[in-house]
Design a protein around this ligand. Sequence first.
Ligand code: G16
Length: 542
Amino acid sequence: MTKIEAPVYKDQIPGTSGLRKKVKHFRQPGYLENFIQSIFNAIAPCTGKTLVIGGDGRYFNRQAIQVIIKMAVANNFKKLLIGQGGILSTPAASCVIRKYKADGGIILSASHNPGGPDQDFGVKYNTGSGAPAPEALTADIAKHTREIRHYNIVKIDDIDLDIIASCRRSNTQIDIISAVDDYARLMATLFDFTVIRSLLSGHSFKMCFDAMHAVTGDYARTIIEQQLGAPKGTVINAVPLPDFGGGHPDPNLVYARELVERMQAGSGISLGAASDGDGDRNMILGEGFYINPCDSLAVIAANAQLLPAFKSGLTGVARSMPTSRALDRVASALDIDCYETPTGWKYFGNLLDAGKIQICGEESFGTGANHVREKDGLWAVLCWLNILAVKGKTPEQVMRSHWKSYGRDYFTRHDYEGIDLDDAENMFNTLQEKLPALAGQTFGSHRVGQADNFSYVDPVDNSLSSNQGVRLLFENNARAVFRLSGTGTSGATLRIYFDRFEHAGGNLDLDPQAALNSLIECADEIAGINAFTGRSKPDVIT
Ligand code: G16
């Protein structure tokens, strides 16, 4: 074992979901190694522990895995479980950690961010429950990155990642395992595969799943085409590529354009779905019909009793604060708890572990449940397939009848990407200063009822998370929320979330941009988006 002196990097601070930087940044001498050793130091002692390793297959995945293997051997891990080809989708990694009772896992992914030599890479650590490291642990890892003196590594040949086999190096057993099998087996226990199979093999129902040249290609082909009998070619862009084919593997209306075009009205395709770089996000489309992730979450919760996994009912659900309150209305009808957490899947972990919730989700195209501790793109698609198969309806019919029962929470998110960090901070600081005086003021037709910066006290361990987003809560049941993204790698990304409730008897058919237009104008008046950033329109609207 060699101890190598480590240069200290001051920017190794995990964001919303792990450490994300450009590949070139990760390739600085000792950069990856320092961060990995800091994870190991934070979870020490490593002796006797089992670690899962896998990634979304993006550029630098394989090289990084070889480094991590050599460092894990040097740090005396007992066992490494590594996805074949260095691949594990984020939910599959969570599944493997839980199934084999591993002590934790390292997932290599920058999620929906583009891949390639000039693009993004990322590293995150998940704990033994399969959940993303909680805030206290990520803060501890960051502290270790500032205090690190050396990292440990062994000089051994690279391990063959492509063949399922076991070998031993020093005290460490290294198992290359199937990336797909454990996850696919788990899915078969959660859904009624028989009813879905008859839907997919019938002539009246066609679906299209866009894997966006990212990690879900193999998972979707195995489950949707081979196990559920959908025709070959149902999964498009199914071959994972290190640069995602030059695309931006983010399943939204802008970046999943190919799918959106295929799903135009008249296409004859009943269900469209896409997943992101590491397989934890999902987008659901009907024929010529977009289903907002906040609504998708509400529909899944409202129909949970149709899914075998939830046949004994739900006790609670949760959503991130900026996510629309469509889920709250379902929870109230079911008379179950509904929790509001900060943005970041890690905040659902304690609630899931404590059995307080079974289903949770976020506006950022993330939906999941207690089967793993990550959001799960393919799982959400299977939920929809199961619901549609039982109901014998189209996605649009299911959505419209949901609105008729619960009312509609119009929602949109406006993203301003790559803005100057100082401009973003100035805007936020100015807005923050205004907050105490805003309540009672009227802007257009909207009177502010409450204006604050969201704080969350975890109901399980009482930990406090503050500064989680500026909320403007209006008296007419409308909200505008401002956050800076914690997942970008260049400049700042400003996210502004808008939602307002329309009761079941109201106009449920508006375009969300039109339905929220006066709220959007009012938010600009209050925050001065244009004045501070110089931007007149968002880069991405979801
Ligand atoms: C990550 C987190 C999500 C979060 C999303 C957006 O998703 O896991 O919980 O909602 O980032 O975060 P932000 O608004 O800070 O960019 P993913 O899919 O990137 O891992």
